[in-house]
Design a protein around this ligand. Structure first.
Ligand code: NAP
Length: 295
């Protein structure tokens, strides 16, 4: 049940808060029904997992679905070798103060990834009970297919960037067969592949635009998009954030959304999105306001 929650609490920014603030935020998330938490070993250089581990009592551990990622060695390389994966999981378990992960993701496609080696690592982790499920992040269709061909376990999910301001996942499909810039497939038609093979898509950075620019909701460069979102928010008597998340949830792939706020009020706004069902007209109006075209 928890693995299917549509709103996932992303913990990448946890270490930007004091321990007290971070624990208050996590308590608040639990009180509001959040049970799915997303981590990576590199978030806060391990501090995010560490803080979470401090907060994670045995009774909380029983209630939640805990996902983390490995495979990025910051500033240096990607590493999806067997040895690295096994060591990374041990380090994450230690920081998170738990004996198992509900799911482990490979954070990014590593050019030197050897599927058979990953398969050995996954088998070992599964047999030891350290990891229950496996997934990936930022993989394209062929990369998914290649990795899956070596694995006994089914790839459960693919975490990908998707928002009203970052529409790569759907744009090339709609501009298919055209000479327009949007027709270029930047991701190998990953969304269709995931739907075809029942790989759960998790959308990361639903509000954030770029690495440092902040949320597009407060960015004047997205004036037209924000005007449309604000108008629709008024119609539904809700916040712009709920509409922006609702736009992702409206897609028939039934994506999960990995939200990165550390503000309890913002989290509540995002959770409201689960009760919003945008019309087809509203979905396309938001898509076009973001600067996209329909050929
Ligand atoms: N797989 C990957 O490669 C990858 C990459 C990046 C992230 N992720 C995952 O995705 C999660 C979310 O990523 P993210 O944090 O970049 O995405 P996000 O949820 O789109 O953005 C969060 C940022 O937006 C701000 N924000 C939230 N609600 C707002 C509102 N109503 N108005 C204005 N600003 C608002 C937040 O500030 P406040 O805290 O003040 O609300 C925070 O700075 C991460 O925690 C991580 O788990 C995965």
């Amino acid at each position: 049940m928890n693995a299917q929650q549509r709103i996932i609490v992303g913990c990448m920014r946890l270490s930007q808060k004091s321990p007290e603030e971070a624990f208050r935020f996590l308590d608040h998330a639990m009180e509001h029904g959040c049970r799915f938490f997303d981590h990576a070993d590199i978030y806060g250089q391990g501090q995010c997992e560490e803080l979470f581990g401090e907060w994670l009592s045995p009774s909380r551990r029983e209630q939640i679905f805990l996902q983390t990622k490995c495979g990025i060695v910051p500033g240096k390389m990607y590493d999806c070798s067997k040895e690295y994966i096994l060591q990374a999981v041990d380090r994450s378990l230690e920081r998170l103060r738990t004996d198992h992960l509900d799911r482990l993701l490979l954070h990014r496609p590593d050019a030197l990834l050897e599927p058979e080696e990953v398969a050995e690592a996954f088998d070992q982790l599964e047999q030891s009970g350290k990891v229950l499920e496996f997934g990936v992040s930022n993989f394209n269709a062929m990369q998914l297919s290649l990795l899956q061909s070596a694995l006994k376990q089914k790839i459960a999910c693919n975490q990908l960037q998707f928002s009203a301001a970052h529409t790569v996942l759907v744009t090339s499909g709609m501009e298919n067969n055209m000479k327009t810039p949007g027709a270029v497939s930047r991701d190998g038609y990953t969304l269709d592949y995931c739907r075809l093979h029942k790989i759960q898509v998790q959308a990361w950075s639903p509000l954030q635009y770029g690495m440092i620019e902040g949320s597009f909701l407060t960015n004047p460069d997205f004036a037209a998009l924000n005007k449309t979102i604000a108008k629709i928010a008024e119609r539904y008597n809700t916040s712009p954030a709920a509409i922006a998340i609702g736009w992702i949830l409206r897609h028939p792939a039934k994506m999960q959304v990995v939200c990165g706020t550390m503000n309890p009020d913002h989290l509540e706004e995002m959770l409201l999105a689960q009760d919003i069902h945008l019309t087809r007209e509203e979905w396309y109006e938001i898509y076009l306001s973001g600067g996209n075209i329909l050929p």
